[in-house]
Design a protein around this ligand. Structure first.
Ligand SMILES: C[S@@+](CC[C@H](N)C(=O)[O-])C[C@H]1O[C@@H](n2cnc3c(N)ncnc32)[C@H](O)[C@@H]1O
Length: 232
């Protein structure tokens, strides 16, 4: 955990400017969930798990500016950048917390997470998904935009090789590249299917993958048996 705190703390001020180089499908990745988010017509509260500098929350905020946002992260330095981003906005609060260890505070209509849960071991991912389910209000939605492992060694290697090649030629400076490659050592990627099953085991009755581009995926579920009628 100290290493996560240290590495993200070190990059916090330059984090946002590097994102579009490091996520080749950046725009789609952060906006694929919007049709589902829009369907939450009565939502009042949102929690961003591993919010970092607040990038994912900013996309959601543009769509639903009236939500009350709680941004949670283990790195105070990453959250400081989020505080600058949303300076002057009264509907934002920030909590420094380890989501692998500590309970999630409060209840929410929408819970999002971007590129954070893949830092947990699989058993801890499963535990966190249960906690997320408990922290959702009825009818609530969970969205995880994250990186996953390939279904098998061939695809996993292909995804990793392709990402490395793409970002190496993206124009990102050498130092940033080295740091990004170093951060991948903190990753504990699990296959998409495994995580969809974890969500079902946690109690989510309707789960699916909304978007996939190589190993960048957006998936999640509703905590509501009547979701089909709610969305359509
Ligand atoms: C790659 S950044 C993603 C930030 C943001 N969600 C985004 O999409 O740009 C991962 C973030 O997860 C946080 N993180 C990783 N493991 C965590 C944990 N166990 N508890 C809280 N935060 C964690 C890191 O500190 C970092 O800010």
């Amino acid at each position: 955990m100290n290493e996560i705190k240290e590495q993200f703390g070190n990059v916090s001020k330059r984090y946002d400017s590097q994102r579009e180089f490091l996520i080749p499908c950046f725009q789609d990745f952060y906006t694929a969930c919007m049709p589902l988010v829009r369907s939450l017509t009565h939502a009042k509260t949102a929690l961003d798990i591993g919010a970092g500098t607040g990038l994912f929350s900013q996309f959601i905020h543009r769509e639903k500016p009236d939500l009350k946002f709680t941004l949670l992260d283990v790195s105070g330095q990453m959250l400081n950048v989020a505080k600058e981003r949303f300076e002057g906005e009264s509907n934002f609060e920030y909590i420094e917390l380890d989501f692998g260890k500590d309970a999630l505070p409060g209840k929410y209509d929408l819970i999002i997470s971007g590129l954070a849960i893949h830092h947990l071991e699989d058993a801890d991912k499963a535990k966190l998904y249960k906690n997320i389910y408990k922290a959702l209000n009825d009818g609530g939605l969970f969205i995880n935009a994250d990186q996953v492992a390939g279904r098998n060694l061939l695809f996993d290697s292909l995804y990793k090789y392709n990402w490395r090649e793409t970002v190496t030629h993206s124009g990102l400076d050498h130092e940033a590249l080295i740091q990004a490659f170093e951060r991948t050592k903190l990753d504990k990627l699990a296959p998409l299917e495994t995580q969809l099953h974890m969500l079902e085991k946690a109690g989510f009755n309707d789960v699916d993958c909304i978007y996939k581009n190589m190993n960048f995926v957006v998936f999640g579920g509703f905590k509501d048996e009547n979701v089909e009628t709610a969305v359509i």
